[in-house]
Write a protein that binds this ligand. Structure first.
Ligand SMILES: Nc1ncnc2c1ncn2[C@@H]1O[C@H](COP(=O)(O)OP(=O)(O)OP(=O)(O)O)[C@@H](O)[C@H]1O
Length: 354
């Protein structure tokens, strides 16, 4: 869908930001450009919407050289999200999101309806739409930035470090949101980040660049972790790549039945670890009934570890087991307890995969 063909960008001062880049961005899905600071990620991204012109080579969009399209028209047809959202401070949130539809010549009512729909998609309310950007949190402003990029219904959305200015919790929320929107709308997202974890967590395809816009490797995250092409990629993806690869490993571990009890129910002495559940079967906490018996009270409960949804990766299953006071990871489906797994069972299942 987007193809960089031997693209080189040399800035006026002689800096070669991108050197002979050839890269295919598939239609649909999220392609991430990742690499150390100054390796030419932003320059590469901006050559797609002609904010930067290549010195040589071509960028093709649906087989057509972007240089053949008037730059302003091209830019309006491609969503663009940047760090700190880049909103107009003197326009309301709604006004900001209406910008591109209005530039496209849509009448006010249509532009407004499209903007409201886009704001709703990113989880913002009509009340927030009336505010000015400064009256929203950083994370909400970033959502407005995403809504603005989506409002005119583009097929391609470019994102340049869209989440680096927000705290880790908000960042994780926004990443989930972008993943959901990409699936829902079937758009093609090209995202730039220097954060390898963000790249691996979000990308369907990850292109690792090194200084000078050289493509070091392009692959899906699991392949990048398991088979880095060279020492640069291996060190860039990080030292604990073996462990992180578990996040992409599906394992066949059958959850084992676990003794459960509701609060107030009597637990026989010597029952060992019992999992307290509510009426719906959702886990509440663990109780160690090794040395006592009697009614299960809230005071007896120890905090749950991480929960693993049925079908979770080896990493999530292991984390559930290792963070659990009973050392048994709780597996849930629709929030209800299905059973538990132990770290040894996960490791055994991993061994069988190889
Ligand atoms: N307008 C410009 N004029 C001259 N050199 C530039 C210009 N823009 C970027 N560069 C240089 O080109 C190289 C690549 O910059 P670019 O912003 O594309 O990298 P990046 O990988 O996105 O970096 P970062 O993660 O730090 O934003 C850098 O050496 C940068 O200093």
């Amino acid at each position: 869908m987007i193809r960089f063909e031997s693209v080189t960008k040399r800035y006026a001062d002689g800096t070669v930001a991108v050197d002979d880049l050839t890269l295919e961005v598939p239609r649909g899905g999220i392609t991430v450009l990742v690499g150390p600071s100054g390796c030419g990620k932003t320059t590469s991204l901006r050559m797609v919407n002609r904010m930067v012109e290549p010195t040589s080579g071509r960028v093709l969009l649906d087989g057509e050289d972007v240089a053949a399209r008037p730059a302003a028209q091209l830019r309006r047809s491609i969503g663009y999200v940047i760090q700190h959202a880049g909103l107009f401070p003197h326009r309301t949130v709604l006004g900001n999101v209406m910008t591109v539809p209005r530039l496209l010549g849509w009448d006010r009512a249509r532009a407004r309806a499209a903007a409201m729909e886009a704001l709703e998609k990113v989880g913002l309310t009509a009340d927030q739409a009336r505010r000015y950007p400064a009256q929203l949190s950083g994370g909400q402003q970033q959502r407005v930035g995403v809504a603005r990029a989506l409002a005119s219904g583009p097929e391609v959305v470019l994102m340049d470090e869209p989440f680096s200015a927000v705290d880790p919790i908000v960042r994780a929320e926004l990443q989930d949101e972008v993943r959901r929107l990409q699936r829902e709308l079937g758009i093609t997202v090209v995202l730039v980040t220097h954060d390898i974890d963000e790249a691996l967590g979000l990308g369907d395809t990850v292109a690792v660049l090194r200084e000078g816009g050289h493509l070091a490797q392009v692959a899906d995250p699991a392949t990048l972790l398991a088979e880095p092409a060279d020492d640069f990629v291996a060190s860039f993806v990080g030292r604990d790549r073996g462990y992180r690869a578990l996040g992409f490993a599906d394992v066949a571990v059958e959850p084992r039945p676990v003794p459960t009890a509701r609060l107030g129910e009597s637990v026989p002495a010597g029952a060992g670890w019992v999992l307290a559940v509510d009426e719906a079967g959702a886990p509440l906490g663990w109780a160690d009934a090794t040395g006592w018996g009697g009614p299960l009270t809230e005071q007896r409960l120890q905090r749950l570890g991480g929960l693993a949804p049925l079908g979770a990766s080896a990493r999530t299953l292991l984390d559930a087991a290792l963070s659990s006071p009973s050392r048994r990871g709780v597996v849930v489906a629709d929030g209800r307890v299905v059973g538990t797994v132990g770290a040894d069972e996960v490791l055994a299942a991993l061994g069988e995969r190889r």
